[in-house]
Design a protein around this ligand. Structure first.
Ligand SMILES: NC(=O)c1ccc[n+]([C@@H]2O[C@H](COP(=O)([O-])OP(=O)(O)OC[C@H]3O[C@@H](n4cnc5c(N)ncnc54)[C@H](O)[C@@H]3O)[C@@H](O)[C@H]2O)c1
Length: 401
């Protein structure tokens, strides 16, 4: 199974991700067929794509002929009849980017398998659902796999590749090659809740909310600590407001449920109330911050001792989560570190960061939280404990730079 520029790519769903992925594939020379079962979405998707390309031309990131070339490669399929457009039968790979709903995706995969040619690889861009479960709707689950692109797809360098339990080894290797040829960094994740990035990032939000709930600091101060002292690109509350409180809460809730209610992922009641109140973030004008014109937001308390305490607590939880993901073979150590720096722009990979701080220091701090609260949420990952006990490193010394 070898893919090249001649490989035709089908995309189902012309929303945010479908359009973004179409742009990426077309800019690397592929013919792309895209369709959406909601006609207006196809029209607005095409308009959005044109706007994106114009913006990139204006910024000097591409010239007009390049923009025109990309547009000419993307075919917006006009199909109003029942079922999926027959032109998907020309494709060697079809990527599904429709709503995040397991039943809808399973129905789609069952139906598209009848339209697709025999050797066509079927991909889901799900951010949280099980690839194995989606693939179970197909007669040939060996050709189904997950590719989790990040938003905006043309800009974000990371793609998580998730084989289902029955995905063929050849499919994994050839798709990996193809996505690398699109200048993306591919990390491979086990089909587990949240894959790599969405799982390991949970404490960034969850522990920040917990610190707020305990009255240790307000949103602005926690954000200041993470951004200014920790060098994260955004603080947790500003980031939730950007993502959308409803989306961020739904991801946490899904991971909590899918892990059989592991207390480490327990959602925050405060966040739930914000969602219930319609304070969803930038998209509704108000979230943890107020984005309406003329609104005044609180200033952070720039106390370095308090800020370092907040940073160390959240960071220790993140490092522990990265160690736990490695312990359970969600991904290898390099992929875990690369995923967090390229998927969510963390300043450093967490396993390396833990080693720079000192694994023993991180472990002692977590044990202190555990003793203080008596909650399983703060349990130390067995791998982190073992590394400390055996005076070992996540990386051999030649890697630890
Ligand atoms: N938005 C993100 O930041 C992001 C990032 C990574 C992954 N994802 C995942 O990508 C997928 C798509 O997300 P999105 O943000 O682009 O959603 P979106 O709501 O912007 O677009 C989804 C589109 O799918 C269409 N659709 C729904 N059912 C369909 C069907 N059966 N056949 C054809 N079209 C159908 C809808 O009309 C809509 O236009 C989801 O699984 C989501 O979890 C989203």
């Amino acid at each position: 199974m070898v893919f090249s520029k001649e490989t035709k790519i089908g995309i189902v769903g012309a929303g945010t991700m479908g359009i973004g992925i179409a742009q990426v594939a077309a800019s690397f020379g592929h013919e792309v067929m895209i369709w959406d079962d909601f006609g207006k979405a196809l029209v607005s998707g095409e308009e959005r794509l044109k706007k994106n390309l114009t913006r990139q031309i204006e910024k000097g990131k591409m010239d007009r002929p390049q923009g025109d070339q990309i547009l000419s490669k993307i075919h917006f399929l006009n199909h109003n009849a029942k079922g999926y457009p027959p032109r998907y039968a020309e494709c060697e790979m079809i990527i599904e980017a429709v709503v995040e709903d397991l039943e809808i995706k399973k129905e789609l995969f069952a139906a598209i398998e009848h339209v697709a040619k025999k050797n066509c690889v079927l991909v889901t861009n799900t951010s949280s659902l099980s690839v194995t479960s989606i693939a179970s709707a197909c007669h040939h689950p060996a050709r189904v796999l997950g590719l989790h692109f990040f938003n905006p797809a043309p800009v974000m360098p990371l793609v998580e590749l998730i084989p289902g339990i029955r995905t063929g080894e050849e499919v994994v290797e050839s798709i990996k090659e193809l996505i690398r040829s699109w200048d993306k960094t591919v990390v491979q994740a086990k089909d587990t809740p949240g894959f790599i990035v969405n799982r390991i990032a949970r404490p960034f939000y969850g522990e920040a909310l917990r610190i707020y709930d305990e009255g240790i600091a307000d949103f602005a101060t926690i954000d200041w600590a993470m951004k200014t002292l920790g060098k994260f690109p955004m603080g947790p509350f500003a980031l939730i407001d950007l993502i959308g409180n409803d989306i961020n809460y739904a991801v946490t809730q899904s991971i909590f449920q899918e892990t059989y209610f592991d207390p480490r992922y327990k959602p925050s009641i405060t966040q739930k109330r914000y969602v219930q109140a319609g304070l969803l973030g930038q998209k509704t004008g108000q979230g943890f911050y107020d984005y309406r014109e003329g609104a005044k937001n609180p200033e952070p308390r720039c106390d370095e001792n308090l800020g370092n305490e907040i940073l160390f607590r959240i960071l220790s939880m993140l490092i522990n989560e990265a160690a736990e993901a490695l312990h359970f073979r969600v991904a290898n150590r390099e992929d875990i570190d690369v995923a967090m720096s390229k998927g969510v722009n963390y300043p450093r990979g967490l396993l390396k960061w833990g080693e720079e701080i000192g694994l023993e220091k991180v472990m002692r701090y977590l044990k202190g939280l555990y003793d203080n609260y008596g909650e399983d949420r703060y349990r130390v990952s067995p791998l982190l404990r073992q590394k400390v006990q055996d005076k070992e490193s996540f990386y051999p010394s030649s890697w630890a730079s």
